[in-house]
Write a protein that binds this ligand. Structure first.
Ligand SMILES: Cc1ncc(COP(=O)(O)O)c(C=O)c1O
Length: 444
């Protein structure tokens, strides 16, 4: 039987197990029944089960049969589970931090304690943030080429919160949202929880296939498009100006809301104008300080057309009331005194350095990445199974992500996403070398 067909049987069973159609404890057909039902040789059926077993999805019990295992992935592998083992080398999540940043925080907290209005910080704040903070973020956005007024800016508890309030305020469960076939995993989780239907757009050479988006808009009632034009996570693309203009045109022709996620945009040197500039009347622009400053701050921001601001504010009220003002005070002070700009520049250099390490250690492998990004996408060969590689890496103390959390299409590619931003520079090469070794060991 051709290898591709054999892999399909493994993939289909794996998808049914992960998707919950085959629940833990289910007894699977005998090897002989599986062979018969799929028209495959008995030896091939045995191999299908042994692959599923090595992926950690089933267990064979002598004399009893093959059973679906509990699929809760070990800590560190699931997108929602941080690597809980402190010895785990984390190539799964990105929390880039530079060596001097803890001292910056110490200094900022001391200054806030001395000069801040402590009484005010103890109180509720306006939902969208205090006015001078909205002004500070608006000035920051103007530096990025977005002509926005302070009253169109809302401070939120991280970009993920910005995405969530956008969904709550402007979308309805059941709405069809066009997304990249590989997209930011947090948006996929949000769509699942809020019951949005994600319609995947295949990738072209350096961005989404816009003809596929046009076609989709003709056949379905698409409400919005979620995109990352500047430094796409996980593929690293930066859309050129003509592509952005076309995207804006399609959105206008079909009345689409554009959700522009710019979480990593600061890493791209001199990108074309954001969609929020090209189609300001229909774009909600969302970003934050997680990657440029620190993930623990939980400060992000949303810029939106005036008509949508009240609904967005109401959703902040419904979720957090306001973003904690101790944190917004620190973030905005760092905006105003140039610390954010300085950290952004240092992190651009840091990301370039990490990419160079990845390109050296993983040379010869088909990496997909922007030269200044904090992650790489690593498609695996025809014969290599991503789950097996991820599981084997975990056993070696390295956590990575497979394509699954990022994939919105039916067919999940066998690939890894490696986050380069979290490990210290002295251990990063070794962790990447382990990835390389394990992949090579799993290549037949
Ligand atoms: C593309 C993208 N958008 C949004 C977020 C969420 O960021 P935050 O930590 O600000 O909620 C992330 C985090 O990794 C991201 O990669």
């Amino acid at each position: 039987m051709p290898r591709a067909r054999y892999k399909q049987v493994v993939d289909r069973l794996a998808a049914d197990i992960r998707g919950g159609q085959l629940i833990p404890g289910t007894r699977l057909p005998t090897h002989r029944q599986l062979a018969r039902s799929h028209g495959i040789a008995l030896a091939t059926a045995t191999r299908v089960y042994s692959e599923l077993e090595s992926m950690g999805l089933v267990s064979g019990e002598t004399g009893r049969g093959t059973f679906v295992r509990e699929t809760a992935l070990p800590p560190g592998l699931g997108i929602d589970q941080p690597a809980s083992n402190p010895d785990m080398l984390d190539l799964n999540f990105n929390y880039p931090a530079l060596p001097g940043q803890a001292n910056l925080l110490r200094k900022a907290l001391r200054e806030l304690a001395v000069a801040g209005d402590m009484e005010a910080l103890l109180r509720y704040q306006p939902h969208a943030g205090r006015q001078h903070e909205q002004q500070a973020v608006a000035a920051h956005l103007r530096d990025r080429g977005i002509d926005v007024q302070a009253e169109n800016v809302l401070l939120v508890s991280g970009a993920q919160h910005g995405l969530a309030i956008t969904a709550m305020a402007l979308l309805h469960p059941g709405d069809v949202i066009a997304v990249d076939a590989l997209t930011y995993s947090g948006f996929k989780v949000l769509a699942e929880t809020y019951r949005l239907e994600l319609a995947p757009i295949a990738a072209g050479a350096d961005g989404p296939d816009l003809n596929a988006l046009r076609q989709l808009c003709k056949t379905r009632r698409v409400r919005a498009v979620y995109c990352m034009p500047t430094l796409h996570n996980p593929l690293g693309w930066v859309l050129d100006l003509p592509t952005r203009e076309q995207l804006a045109t399609i959105a206008r022709e079909h009345g689409l809301l554009i959700i522009e996620d710019a979480a990593y945009a600061f890493l791209a040197d001199n990108p074309p104008p954001p969609l929020a500039t090209l189609a300001p009347e229909r774009t909600v622009y969302i970003s934050g300080f997680s990657k440029s400053v620190a993930t623990g701050l939980r400060v992000g921001f949303v810029a939106a057309p005036s008509a949508w601001v009240p609904a967005l504010e109401r959703c902040i009220r419904a979720t957090t009331w306001n973003t904690p003002s101790v944190m917004t005070a620190i973030a905005c002070r760092w905006l105003e005194d140039g610390t954010v700009a300085q950290l952004e520049a240092q992190k651009r250099d840091d990301a370039c350095q990490r990419q160079a390490i990845a390109r050296r250690v993983l040379a010869g492998l088909p990496l997909v990445a922007h030269p200044a990004s904090y992650f790489v996408w690593l498609p695996l060969g025809e014969d290599v199974r991503a789950d097996q590689v991820a599981m084997a890496l975990l056993q070696q103390g390295v956590s990575v992500s497979t394509a699954e959390p990022f994939c919105t299409a039916a067919q999940v590619p066998h690939a890894l996403r490696l986050a380069l931003g979290s490990l210290t520079l002295d251990v990063l090469p070794q962790a990447l070398q382990t990835v390389r070794d394990v992949i090579e060991r799993h290549t037949y």
